[in-house]
Every structure is written in structure tokens, then in C-alpha cells.
Design a protein around this ligand. Structure first.
Ligand SMILES: Cc1cc2nc3c(=O)[nH]c(=O)nc-3n(C[C@H](O)[C@H](O)[C@H](O)COP(=O)(O)OP(=O)(O)OC[C@H]3O[C@@H](n4cnc5c(N)ncnc54)[C@H](O)[C@@H]3O)c2cc1C
Length: 378
């Protein structure tokens, strides 16, 4: 029996798989995205979209709609408990994206899915759960369930199937890392603060509180907790914010979720004709909001390399992808660890606060703004 074939098979239609699909479809590569979910919409986990990713969204023609829907965060305020230490200004970043955009992940995914549909209407296959892959010298076959047992073959396969990647496990690629001791509670609640479109970080004696504006009159609060608060409610979040900052937030919320944080890195990003991207290749602590963006930047590299490989251009190989993207992931992991470290309990918080005040001085704050917005990770 002959098996249908595309040039590139993508396993996983999360934010990274959809982005890989859009960028390759724009380069006229024939592809299929196999996604096990029946619908694209998920809860709102990621919210921050950084300037390097916005530049790639612009190439897809999506930046305008993203910007119209999201909130442009041009400034961050840093507090020691509730006392202002200083501000971090993003307006000195290079044009045109002198801000971080916030938009719930489900809206970004919806825009990407629509873009992919317009570029290649048959490409996104929802309800398609991959159960195995087989690789030979000419291509990769994916076996999947979608109302029955099916197969599809690609000359290359990009695994965007998240941190528990079946593809990575099938290839027995090493996966090194672990969990940090840190735990957090986050929630999106009606925004009654006076912060406007600013983000804020409160270095509290009992642990950090972070705060970001969201579209629709909401604000995300992320609170460091002593332990994982399974089943926590909006009232728990409101209680923590009242205790640490003396502020009252609504005890009803659009979303409340407790989470722990991890770091992981795949030993290889490329194995023959299979390429890992996004959380399938690296997991970065979300404190700093860079994991999804890192995956999009992986995708942008593939959009450049894969069409050339498919055309048989000489001198193109995937070793540069592995080298560059592993370096970017290690750097993002270190930056996220630095952010987490600032937010822990300090024996001498005055020392930490003095260091933060110094980093926010005009001579250093430009560098800090670039580090926060994923400079050099593209
Ligand atoms: C609380 C929190 C907040 C965060 N905030 C930010 C932020 O602000 N900015 C940021 O950049 N990052 C953030 N992150 C990280 C971000 O959520 C992830 O890095 C991102 O979702 C990774 O995208 P992905 O497409 O690689 O993987 P996933 O989002 O995990 O998507 C993988 C997809 O593959 C599908 N799949 C899996 N297995 C199969 C299979 N066998 N067959 C078919 N389909 C399959 C899944 O259904 C899923 O749709 C945050 C993370 C957390 C936990």
C-alpha cells in the first residue's frame, strides 16, 4: 500500500508546531501538522511575546492583528515589597518593537491556525494522535490514529510535540534536567490596579509577586508560594496578594493555576531526518516568559534551512541548527534562573535590592532591557 507523502511532517500543533507550519507553508513547502487535540483553543498559559518573535510574526503578515489584540508593555516597575526601587524602560529597544506584547496563548494559536489554513488549507489535521515514527535514509513515516490507523510520510519530520515528546522518546534522545524547588500560583483577574500598561515585579520578603497587563481589562498575577498549592482558588490568590502587597483583587478569576518549574535540554536537536523544536527540545522556567518564544525562534531557523535542504542546495546542513539553538536554550535557561533567584527569599534582602537598584540605573538598564527581551537568542 502506498503512503501519502508531504515534504515536511510536523508532529504537534501547539504554538511552535503551528508557527513552523506557517513559516514553511509561506516558503511553499508542502506539509502536514498532526495534532492530537480536537480543537486548537487551550487555556491561557503563555502571554509574553518578545521583539525577536514579533519580527517573525511580521514576516507572516500577522503582526498587525497581534498588536491590535494585545497590550504593549513599554515599562516594568520593580518594588522591594511595596517600595519602588526603579523602572525598566523598553522604549530604548531598537525600532519597531520597543515593548513586550501580552496576549493569551489561545489567541496567538488561533491566529496561527487561521494563517496556516489560508496558506495550505489541508495542512492542519486535528484529532491526529501520533503513536510511532519510522525513519529511513529517504524520509520519515508517522503512524497515527485519526478515526482509525493511518500513516503519512515526510522527507523531514519536525517534532513539536512538547516536553513529553513521543518522537524524542522513540529516538531515545537523552533528556537532561529536572525540577526546581520553586512553586507559583498564577491567576488572571479583573485589573483594578493603578499600574496601567506597566508590568511590575514585587520583591517581597515572603517571595516574589509578578504582575502583567492583559487585554480585556484583565491582569495576570504570579505569586511565589512555599509549596505547590494544588486546587488553589481565586480566593487563595487574593489572600496571598492581600498579605504580601496589601491590595485587594477580585476573588473571581478567568483562570487560576498552580505550577512548578523545570529545566530540560535534549542531548540532540537533530537525529537523521528528524528535528526537535520548542518544548520537545528544551524546557525553560516560565519566570521571564521565554519558552514559547524560544521555540518560535527555533522555527524561524528551520524556515530558512529546510526549504534549501529540500531544494538540494549544497553546503546546507542541520548541524548549525543544533549548535545555535542549543546555545540559545542554555542561555535562556540561565537567564530564567537569574530571574527566579531574584524572586526567592533572601537572607539579606537589602543586598538584592541594592543590586536591582543598580541594574535599573540608566547606564545598565538598557542592557537589562535587552536581556529581558531575548536579545541575541534569535
Ligand atoms: C505557567 C506558564 C506560563 C508561561 N508563560 C510563557 C510566556 O509568557 N512566554 C513564553 O514564551 N513561554 C511561556 N511559557 C512556556 C510555553 O507555554 C511553552 O514553552 C510552549 O507552550 C511550548 O510550545 P510547544 O508548541 O513547543 O509545546 P506545547 O505547547 O506543549 O504543544 C505541543 C503540542 O503537541 C501536541 N502533541 C503532543 N503529543 C502528540 C502526539 N503524539 N501526536 C499529536 N500531537 C501531539 C499537544 O497536544 C500540543 O498541542 C509558559 C509556561 C507555563 C507553564
Amino acid at each position: 500500500m502506498s503512503v501519502a507523502e508531504v515534504e515536511v511532517l510536523i508532529v504537534g500543533g501547539g504554538p511552535v508546531g503551528l508557527f513552523v507550519g506557517c513559516t514553511l507553508a509561506q516558503a511553499s513547502v508542502s506539509l502536514a501538522v498532526l495534532e492530537q487535540r480536537q480543537t486548537i483553543n487551550t487555556g491561557s498559559r503563555s502571554i509574553g511575546i518578545h521583539p525577536p518573535a514579533l519580527r517573525h510574526f511580521a514576516r507572516l503578515g500577522l503582526a498587525e492583528e497581534l498588536l491590535a489584540r494585545g497590550i504593549k508593555v513599554r515599562r516594568g516597575q520593580a518594588f522591594a515589597n511595596t517600595k519602588l526601587l526603579g523602572t525598566l524602560d523598553f522604549t530604548a529597544l531598537p525600532e519597531p518593537y520597543r515593548y513586550v506584547l501580552t496576549l493569551p496563548q489561545e489567541q496567538t494559536e488561533e491566529l496561527l491556525a487561521r494563517c496556516l489554513y489560508q496558506l495550505q488549507p489541508e495542512a492542519l489535521r486535528l484529532g491526529a494522535s501520533v503513536t510511532a515514527i519510522e525513519q529511513d535514509s529517504a524520509g520519515v513515516t508517522a503512524v497515527y490514529q485519526q478515526g482509525g490507523h493511518r500513516q503519512l510520510r515526510g522527507r523531514y519530520l519536525v517534532a513539536c510535540d512538547g516536553k513529553r515528546s513521543l518522537v524524542r522518546q522513540q529516538l531515545a534522545i537523552s533528556w537532561r534536567g529536572g525540577s526546581y524547588p520553586d512553586t507559583y500560583l498564577m491567576g488572571d483577574v479583573p485589573d483594578d490596579s493603578s499600574l496601567g500598561d506597566d508590568a511590575a515585579i514585587y520583591l517581597c520578603d515572603a517571595g516574589v509577586v509578578e504582575s502583567f497587563p492583559l487585554p480585556g481589562g484583565l491582569r495576570r498575577w504570579v505569586v511565589k508560594t512555599e509549596h505547590y498549592l494544588k486546587g488553589a482558588t481565586a480566593a487563595d490568590l487574593a489572600g496571598l496578594l492581600a498579605a504580601r502587597l496589601g491590595i485587594a483583587v477580585a476573588s473571581t478569576a478567568a483562570m487560576v493555576s498552580a505550577f512548578g518549574v523545570q529545566r530540560y535540554l535534549a542531548g540532540q536537536f537533530v537525529a537523521g531526518r528528524v528535528i526537535l523544536a520548542g518544548d520537545a527540545a528544551h524546557v525553560v522556567s516560565p519566570i521571564g516568559g521565554q519558552g514559547m518564544n524560544l521555540g518560535w525562534l527555533d522555527a524561524a531557523h528551520l524556515a530558512e534551512l529546510l526549504p534549501r535542504l529540500l531544494r538540494g542546495e549544497a553546503g546546507v546542513d542541520l548541524a548549525t541548527y543544533q549548535q545555535q539553538r542549543q546555545w540559545a536554550a542554555r542561555t535562556a535557561i540561565r537567564r530564567a534562573e537569574f530571574n527566579m533567584c531574584l524572586g526567592r527569599r533572601w537572607r539579606y534582602p537589602g543586598l538584592r535590592n541594592a543590586a536591582v537598584r543598580a541594574m535599573l540605573m540608566p547606564s545598565l538598564s538598557g542592557l537589562l532591557a535587552r536581556v529581558f527581551t531575548m536579545d541575541k537568542l534569535a
